[in-house]
Design a protein around this ligand. Structure first.
Ligand code: NAD
Length: 360
């Protein structure tokens, strides 16, 4: 029997439409091989939504996302919208989508593919075999805490304020996602905070430690964020699953990402308690190469694999996509961002065609 899934596509800005087109073709090919039917519906987000609907996250977009089984997002943003007031910036649409769907957990794998070891800026022996999953809290912490704003002091000077705050329940729910993720991996979890200085981090550490009683199979450790940043570039193989708050996770997941050498290869998943998850590449809209058929579509394609695995419970389809990516790399195809001596340079479309050939 054919299983069907309703997928909202949010191509967004810059290279978004190019990498999304490749990914939709890949999903169709996998669907026809495994008897999965995808009903795709496109919606607006980011800069293009500002231009066409006057808001970076039109209400129809959020409503449509809520009614789907999963949301596949490309990227938003560009120079054109950088000077608009905050509520009209493309990024505000992204934060609104995460909040609107209750996506509190962001999963970002940083896996070194054997074919791309030399793309890393670190030595081969340091990065070979690195396989890290960063679990970042996404809807709390300093990006959302109140009070926030730029206020005038009594002296008439401006003062910018943000507040880092977490409740016990917010820590517990991300903590559980992290422990369960570690259970599916090698069983090691490192919680990252700044408990030596911040009260909010002390509560974080206390709750994560308390939760560990429910997961006796997981080996839990704690690191301060400054040390974690150092350890990530010193000896990344010591990490398996990392859990941390919104701000620290934003920074550490980018650092972990760069161990792999190319931002064009990295997918991510954002999950809530129930309802659809959002699956998107880690990179942005790359306005510098948009419309030139230069973008690497593989992070978007691998995001679709994460969608199949974590959002739609279709591990076989996810494996098929991941295997096809490894296969095109084995065949020597490289977009500009991962190009190396002796490899075959291709553009976004040709990389898509190579994937389809492998899947056929
Ligand atoms: P970026 O990730 O868009 O680009 C950084 C560099 O990496 C650029 O040189 C770009 O050409 C390259 N790059 C990125 N993705 C690539 C791909 N798939 N293939 C080949 N090369 C790739 O980051 P940025 O330049 O800091 O930001 C550009 C815009 O994207 C900004 O408006 C920013 O706000 C936005 N942004 C959006 C998201 C998102 O949608 N989640 C994330 C980060 C940045």
């Amino acid at each position: 029997m054919t299983q069907s899934f309703r997928i909202t596509l949010l191509p967004g800005d810059g290279i978004g439409p190019e990498i999304m087109a490749v990914t939709v073709d890949v999903l169709k090919a996998v669907g026809s091989r495994l008897n999965l039917a995808f009903e795709f519906q496109e919606a607006l987000i980011g800069g293009i939504a500002i231009d066409e609907a006057g808001s970076p996250l039109p209400e129809e977009t959020l409503a449509q996302c809520r009614q789907s089984d999963a949301v596949l997002l490309a990227a938003i943003g560009g120079y054109k919208w950088d000077t608009l007031p905050r509520h009209l910036r493309p990024e505000t649409g992204l934060l609104g989508l995460r909040a609107g769907l209750g996506l509190f957990a962001n999963l970002r794998p940083a896996t070194i593919l054997p074919q791309l070891i030399d793309a890393s800026s670190l030595k081969r022996e340091v990065v070979e075999g690195v396989d890290i999953m960063v679990v970042r809290e996404l809807t709390g912490g300093i990006y959302f805490g109140e009070p926030k704003g730029i206020f005038a002091t009594e002296m008439g000077e401006k003062r910018g304020v943000n507040t880092m705050a977490y409740t016990e329940s917010e820590i517990d729910r991300i903590g559980r996602v992290a422990f369960e993720t570690a259970q599916k991996r090698s069983g090691r979890l490192c919680s990252v905070d700044k408990a030596n200085v911040l009260e909010v981090s002390q509560l974080w550490r206390d709750r994560i430690t308390a939760l560990s009683a429910d997961y006796p199979d997981i080996e839990l450790s704690h690191l301060y964020v400054d040390n974690a940043a150092m350890q990530l570039v010193r000896w990344p193989k010591q990490f398996d699953t990392i859990v941390t708050g919104n701000l620290f996770g934003d920074i550490l997941s980018d650092a972990a990402a760069m161990l792999t050498g190319s931002i064009g290869m990295l997918p991510s998943a954002s999950l809530g308690a129930d309802g659809p998850g959002v699956f998107e590449p880690v990179h942005g809209s790359a306005p510098d190469i948009a419309g030139q058929d230069k973008a690497n579509p593989l992070a978007q394609v691998l995001s679709a694999a994460m969608m199949l695995r974590y959002g739609l419970n279709q591990p076989e389809a996810a494996n098929m996509i991941e295997t096809s990516v490894l296969s095109v790399l084995d065949q020597g195809y490289r977009t500009g961002d991962i190009m190396a001596d002796g490899m075959t340079a291709v553009g976004c479309k040709a990389m898509g065609e190579a994937l389809l050939k492998t899947l056929a």
